[in-house]
Write a protein that binds this ligand. Structure first.
Ligand code: ZN
Length: 150
């Protein structure tokens, strides 16, 4: 899409584009990374800590798709709580969106609950927001938009 034009913004219909990645909660990245490297037959292209979210992440790319491994970086991390409650494994599905503010307001109007009302900076150069699993039949959904400021 062409960005930066008020006219385009006015008439452009923002969409969810694709599944950006699938997030998987793991106990220990140094154990999980080699397992996923073998599984996917590729190397991890990035590891990154997101201090505000209490996570260390590792990313893999296979074709169009990405896998994000998540390890808790402290005991209060949402990942630590998730593993305690539900065990390790699939944690969330992330959708790539054109305009995260527009999606947040559309989804709020549709009755979905957001975990936080405004987008935050996430891993892999993204702005992110999570929908509460209570409003999505149990699935933690992440919205993500590529950050343009880098
Ligand atoms: Zn994610």
């Amino acid at each position: 899409m062409i960005k930066g034009s008020a006219l385009v913004d006015l008439f452009y219909f923002y969409t969810m584009n694709k599944i950006e990645h699938i997030g998987i909660a793991v106990e220990n990245l140094s154990i999980a990374i080699p397992i996923y490297e073998k599984l996917l037959n590729t190397t991890c292209y990035k590891t990154e800590e997101v201090v505000s979210e209490g996570v260390k992440t590792a990313f893999f790319k296979i074709g169009e798709s990405k896998i994000e491994l998540l390890e808790a970086s402290n005991p209060e991390s949402p990942i630590a709580k998730f593993i305690e409650k539900r065990g390790k494994g699939m944690h969330h599905i992330a959708f790539d969106v054109d305009n995260i503010e527009e999606e947040i307001s559309r989804l709020t109007q549709e009755g979905f609950m957001l975990i936080s009302a405004s987008p935050k900076n996430g891993a892999d150069n993204k702005r992110i927001a999570f929908l509460h699993p209570k409003s999505t039949e149990g699935l933690l959904v992440e919205l993500c938009q590529e950050r343009s400021d880098s």
